[in-house]
Ligand binder design. Structure first.
Ligand code: NAP
Ligand code: ZN
Length: 350
């Protein structure tokens, strides 16, 4: 067992506070990682506040994990002690269903094992995430991390990165595509970087007029404020592809209207409550409304290699663990530029 320092939410909506637990012994196929950095995703907030239902407490959030391997199991072949390693949103899956066989473990027919707020395959051992000093994971669910990029800025690639990379690839966004990214937060700013890097013409649609300069620096060519109905009217029928990263209630109809013939609105943001779609907004121009969830291990590794080759990382604000509750409050005010990352060294001092 490895005694592990962490921060946990003791109950729904409660402030996070210091928490200790033991990680399992390193099994034959496991690697033990000393965590160095962990990104802060809006999904952490949704789950700590039990906004999606079914949250498990105490909860140690965190699924944007990078660190260094300090122990390997006897059958581990892909990693060695001293390697950098990453863990994303899941740590296991059934390994036998068609989705797992296709390398799309996030869509496991029997349910992926979330990195936190989930149970191991035994159905009763709770999983704890990356706001912690160590994690033990099967090597099959562990990613290789390049030493070419600043590690703290790589952490958010494990969720915000792959969640935007995967749909942009799936819907073949590239040169000639007119793309809008809705919401300039953690996911949104990675979406802008990838879409621009793939050669698309990128518009950011934001509620925050003050983010325009940043949007352009991140690679966007155009910027619109969604609260300005005149600006939104001008964008009707403009886009081939829209990536909606918004975390709070909003009207999908406003964005469907911005699609061209055969355009697709892909939802990745997960507001707590359902919303209504007007049929006319999809039938009118044979538009599609679709969704996408993170990415499989193979594609996540591909994305990490792409980022290392193209120098793509997240724009981050590094915090100590005792700033986490304040960071949540700032994210809820859309005041994150553009991902908080926890320096896990601060947990050993907490
Ligand atoms: P975030 O950093 O807090 O960014 C969300 C952004 O949404 C905000 O910065 C803001 O951007 C915009 N926004 C907030 N409230 C809004 C409102 N009422 N109307 C319109 N826009 C609003 O969050 P994140 O970490 O990027 O996560 C975004 C969402 O994706 C969350 O719901 C999260 O749970 C979900 N998520 C999904 C997946 C997946 O696999 N599908 C993976 C990770 C996260 P502006 O200031 O530019 O308006
Ligand atoms: Zn996430």
């Amino acid at each position: 067992m490895t005694p592990t320092n962490a921060y946990a939410a003791p109950a729904a909506g409660a402030a996070l506070a210091p928490f200790q637990f033991n990680r399992r012994n390193t099994g034959p196929n496991d690697v033990k990682i000393e965590i160095l950095y962990c990104g802060v995703c809006h999904s952490d907030i949704h789950q700590v506040r039990d906004e999606w239902g079914g949250s498990i407490f105490p909860m140690v959030p965190g699924h944007e994990i990078v660190g260094r391997i300090i122990e390997t199991g006897s059958d581990v072949t892909n990693f060695k002690v001293g390697d950098l390693a990453g863990i994303g949103c899941f740590v296991d899956s059934c390994r036998t269903c068609p989705s797992c066989a296709a390398g799309e473990e996030q869509y496991c027919d029997n349910g992926m094992t979330g990195t936190y707020n989930s149970y191991e395959r035994d159905g009763r051992t709770p999983t704890y995430g990356g706001y912690s000093t160590h994690i033990v994971v099967d090597e099959k669910y562990t990613l290789h991390i390049s030493d070419k990029l600043p590690l703290e800025a790589v952490a958010p690639l494990l969720c915000a990165g792959i969640t935007t990379y995967s749909p942009l690839r799936h819907w073949k966004v590239g040169k000639g595509s007119k793309v809008a990214i809705v919401g300039l937060g953690g996911l949104g700013h990675m979406g802008v970087k990838f879409a621009a890097s793939f050669g698309a013409e990128v518009t950011v649609i934001s509620t925050s007029a003050g983010k325009e300069d940043d949007a352009r620096k991140l690679g966007a060519h155009h910027f619109a404020v969604s609260k300005d109905s005149a600006q939104m009217r001008k964008l009707r029928g403009e886009f081939d592809f829209i990536l909606d990263t918004v975390s709070a209630e909003h009207d999908y109809n406003d964005y469907l209207q911005l699609l061209k013939l055969n355009g697709t609105l892909v939802v990745v943001g997960i507001p707590p409550n359902p919303s209504t779609v007007n049929a006319f907004n999809v039938i009118g121009k044979r538009r599609s409304l679709a969704g996408s969830m993170i990415g499989g291990i193979r594609e996540t590794q591909e994305m990490l290699i792409y980022c290392a080759e193209h120098g793509i990382t997240s724009d981050i604000e590094l915090i100590n663990i005792d700033q986490i509750n304040e960071a949540y409050e700032r994210m809820l005010k859309n005041d994150v530029r553009y991902r908080f990352v926890i320096d896990i060294a601060s947990l050993n001092k907490a």
